[in-house]
Design a protein around this ligand. Sequence first.
Ligand SMILES: *[C@@H]1O[C@H](CO)[C@@H](O)[C@H](O)[C@H]1NC(C)=O
Ligand SMILES: *[C@@H]1O[C@H](CO)[C@@H](O)[C@H](O)[C@H]1NC(C)=O
Ligand SMILES: *[C@@H]1O[C@H](CO)[C@@H](O)[C@H](O)[C@H]1NC(C)=O
Ligand SMILES: *[C@@H]1O[C@H](CO)[C@@H](O)[C@H](O)[C@H]1NC(C)=O
Ligand SMILES: *[C@@H]1O[C@H](CO)[C@@H](O)[C@H](O)[C@H]1NC(C)=O
Length: 949
Amino acid sequence: MEDFKTELVLVLLLAVISVGFGATDPNDLAILNEFRKGLENPELLKWPPNDNDPCGNKWPSVFCDGSRVSQIQVQGFGLKGPLPQYFNQLSMLSNIGLQNNEFSGPLPSFSGLKNLRYAFLNYNNFTSVPADFFTGLNSLEVLALDGNNLNGSSGWMFPPALSNSAQLTNLTCMSCNLVGPLPDFLGSMSSLSVLSLSDNRLTGGIPASFKGMILTRLWLNNQVGGGMTGSIDVVTTMTSLNSLWLHGNQFSGTIPDNIGDLSLLQDLNLNGNEFVGLIPKSLGDMSLSHLDLNNNKFMGPIPKFKASKVSYSSNLFCQTQAGVACAPQVMALIEFLGAMGYPLRLVSAWTGNDPCQGPWLGLNCRSGDVSVINLPKFSLNGTLSPSLANLISLSEIRLQNNNLSGSIPSNWTGLKSLTLLDFSGNNISPPVPQFSSTVKLVTVGNPLLGGKQSPSSPTSGTGGLSPPDTRSSSTTDPGSNSGNGIGPTSNRSKASIIVSTVVPVVSVVVVAFLAIPLSIYLCKKKKRNEQAPSSLVIHPRDPSDPNNLVKIVVANNTNNSTSTATESGSASRNNSGLGGSHVIESGNLVISVQVIRNVTNNFSSENELGRGGFGVVYGGELEDGTKIAVKRMESGVITSKALDEFQSEIAVLSKVRHRHLVSLLGYSIAGNERLLIYEYMSEGALSKHLFHWKTFKLEPLSWKRRLTIALDVARGMEYLHSLAHQSFIHRDLKSSNILLDDDFRAKVSDFGLVKLAPDGERSVVTRLAGTFGYLAPEYAVTGKLTTKADVFSFGVVLMELLTGLMALDEDRSEECQHLAAWFWHIKSDKEKLMAAVDPTLGCKEDISETICRIAELAGHCTAREPTQRPDMGYAVNVLAPLVEKWKPIDDDTEEFSGIDYSLPLNQMVKGWQESEGSDFSCVDLQDSKGSIPSRPTGFADSFTSVDGR
Ligand SMILES: *[C@@H]1O[C@H](CO)[C@@H](O)[C@H](O)[C@H]1NC(C)=O
Ligand SMILES: *[C@@H]1O[C@H](CO)[C@@H](O)[C@H](O)[C@H]1NC(C)=O
Ligand SMILES: *[C@@H]1O[C@H](CO)[C@@H](O)[C@H](O)[C@H]1NC(C)=O
Ligand SMILES: *[C@@H]1O[C@H](CO)[C@@H](O)[C@H](O)[C@H]1NC(C)=O
Ligand SMILES: *[C@@H]1O[C@H](CO)[C@@H](O)[C@H](O)[C@H]1NC(C)=O
C-alpha cells in the first residue's frame, strides 16, 4: 500500500515535470488520437499505442514546436479514412503532408490555421472542401489539392476566401474536378508563382485580371468537356513564365506577335487548340527547350524554329518543310484572312500552297492565278487587307453582305485586271480610293459611305441602322432628291448611279444586278440545309478526353441557336458528372453513350447497316431527326496498341473534312466501348448498287451517276492526299467504302486505315492492310505505301463502275478473277472494251466516247509502276468535264452553274482547259489484239440479271 502511494506520487510528479518541460498540449494530443482512431489502418502510423506525449517522445511523422504539433508528414503511407472534424484545433500547424494516401470524406475546415504554410492534401480521396476552409489561412504558401474528386458531379470552384491567402505561391489542383471559369481574384494574388490546374473541367477564358502576374508556371491543359476558350493575348504580360501548358482546350485566335516578350519561357504547349494564323517570327526565334504546336489551324510557312524540341503536325501550313516560304498568292490570301480574324470556314478550306488546287472555297482562277474572290454572305468581319493588291490577276472581288469595316486599301487601285468590286451590304468607311473607270464599284448598303441599306433588306432602313447620309457624303445623283440620299424603292426599280463626293470617288450602284444572284444563292442554301444530315460537323476533341460522352456539334446555319437537347435518362457510370446534362454550351449538343444505345435499340441487329473489318455499323436517328451511323468496334479486337492508334486516328480524322469524305461526327472511348459516329448515307455503299442491285431491288446506276460518283470520289481522295501540308493515304479505297447519299453523290468512308503519308515521294513501309483486288502491286508485295496505292485502288473502282464486275471474284474463271489484270488485257481494244461494259448501261453510242476516257484513266491509275500513275488531281481534271458534259440540259442547273460556292469551281474550269489541250481516244490506247472480246463468265449478279446476255 505504502509502495503504491509513493509510486503514484512519483508518476504525478513526473507528469507535472514533463508538462513543464515540453509535454504535448493535451488538446493537440486529443486531435492526434482522434486522427488515429478514425483511420482504418492506424498501425501504418507506427505511433506508440499507450503513449501520451507525441512531442516529448517524438512520435514518428509528428513534429512539434514546444508542446504544440507543427507538422504531420505521412505522405504515401497508404492511410485510409477521414480526417478528424476539429482538425483546425491543431492551431500551430505550419506544414501538413498528407499526399498520396487514401484519406477520404469531406475535408474538415482549416479555418484559423494562421500558421499553416504548406498544405499537401493532393492525391487522396477527399470529396469536398467546406465553405469556411480558407478563412484565416493567412500564411498559406503552398496548397496542393490535385487528384481529389471534389464536390462530386457539380464540381468545385475556388471560393473567394482563398484570395486572403496573400502569401500563396503554389496553387495546384490538377484533376481535382474544378468547374466553371477561372475566378478573377486569382489574378490579384500577387505572390502566386505556380498555378497548375490541368485536367479539370474549366471553361471560359484566361481572365484579364491575369495581366502582369508573376507566374512561372501556368498549366491549364486538358480541360474535359470542351475546355477553355478565347484568346491568349494576356499571357504575353506574364514575363516570368517558364512553363505554359494550354494544350487540350479550345483557345483560339493567333499567337500574339509579342510572345517573344516571354524571355524566360522554356516550355510552351499549345497542342490541340483552335489557334489560327501565322506563326509569329518572334516565336520561331525563342530558344525554348520544348514547343508543341500540333493540332491547330496554323497557316503560312513553318519558321525555322530555334526551340530544341519542336513539333507542329496537323496544322494548315502551306509547306511541309521548315523555312520554306509560301507562294506569294497564298501569303496574300492568308493576310487577307488575317485582317478578317481568320474566319474558320475559310481557314479550313484554304489549305495547301496553291489556291488554284484543292478546296479553296470562294476562289476562281485563271491560268493558275486567282482571278475571282467570291465570298458573299460569309459573315466576314474585320477589315480589308492591302495584301490583295499582290494578286495581280484579280478581276472580281465580291464580298457583298458581310460585316466588313474599315476602308478599301488604296493600293488595290493597282489591280490592273480588276473589273468588279462588290462591297454592298457591309460597313466600309471612307475614303474610297480612286479606281479606274473600268472598275465597277458596288457600295450600296454601307452606311458610312452614304449608301442606304443593304439591298437584301431594302425596307429595314428606317430603324436607325444607318446614320444620316449627310454625315459623311452628299449624293449628287441628278435623278434623285439630294440630301437624304436615294430611297430604297427608287434603287430597286432601276439601276441608279450615285456619285459620292467624299473624296473624288465614283461609286456605281447596281442593285438589280445584285438581287438575282443573291436570291439564287439563298434559295440554294436553303435547299441544301433541308436535306442535310451533312450539316453536322465534328467538333474537334481532345482524343485523350476520358469522358464518357459522344460530342456532336450541330452546325446551325441560321444562327447559333441550340438544337434540341436529347433526354437520355442516362444510366452511364461516368463520374464526371455530365451524364445528366446535355447542352453544355450553346450550339453544342452533347450526347451520352446511353443515347446512342437508345437510338440504335441497344445495337440491335435490326439497326445493323453493315459490317467491316473493325466492327458493325448501326443506323439510328436522334430525336431531332438527325440520322447517324454508328460504328461499334468489336471490343475483343482492341489491344492497347490498337487503342492508341484508334485515338490518334481520331485526332487526325476530326481534322479531315470534305464534302466527298464521310464526316466523323463524334466518337466515344468510354470503358470498353469504341464508337465512331458518322453522318448517315441513305443510299449505302456503291458496291450494293453496282453488284447487288438486283438482290436489293434497286435501279442499276446510270452512266451519268457513275461518272458523278467517280468524280466525287476523285475529289475526296484528292483532298485527302493533299490536305494542307500533310498527306493522308486511305489504304482501303473500294466500292464498299464509297457511300452514296440520297442524291447519289458519293463520299469516301472508312478511314480506319488512313495513314499519314510521308513527306515528298518517300514511302512508308507499313503492315499490310487493305483489300485484295484493290491492292497496288508494290504495296501488296513490299508493303511500300504512297498515295499512288490509293490511285491504283481508284483505278480499280473505275473498272468496277465501267463493268459492273467486282474487283475480285473467285467464282470467275482464273484469268478473270482479278478485274484489274483482266481489264488491262481488254481495255485497249475498243470492241472488247465495249463488250466488257456493264450491260445495264446499254450500248448507246453516245456514251462510248466517255467510256473510252474512263477506261484510259483506269488504265493509267493502275499502271504497274507507282510513278507512272497520275495523281488524283489529274483524275479530277479528266472527270470534271465529262461529268459536266453528261449533265442533262433540263436538269436543275444549280449544281454546276457556278454559284454553288462550296464547289471548287476552279478545278472544273481548269479541268476543261486541260482536257481541251489533250486528246484522249481509244485509238491512242496501246494495242493488244487477239483474244475474244468477251466478258468473263460467272461474276456479279448485275450481269446475270440482264436480258439477252
Ligand atoms: C481512392 O481513389 C482511388 C483512385 O480514384 C481508388 O482507386 C481507391 O479505391 C479510392 N479509395 C477509397 C478508400 O475510396
Ligand atoms: C458543391 O456542389 C454544390 C451542389 O452539389 C453546389 O451548390 C456548391 O456550390 C458546390 N460548391 C463549390 C464550392 O463549388
Ligand atoms: C512550388 O512549385 C514549384 C514547381 O513545381 C516547385 O519547384 C517548388 O518546390 C514548389 N514550392 C514548394 C514550396 O513546394
Ligand atoms: C467577328 O465575329 C466573330 C463572331 O461573331 C467574333 O468572335 C469576332 O470577334 C469578330 N471579329 C472581329 C474582328 O470583329
Ligand atoms: C499593298 O500594301 C501592302 C501593305 O501596305 C504591301 O505589303 C503590298 O506590297 C502592297 N502591294 C502593292 C502591289 O502595292
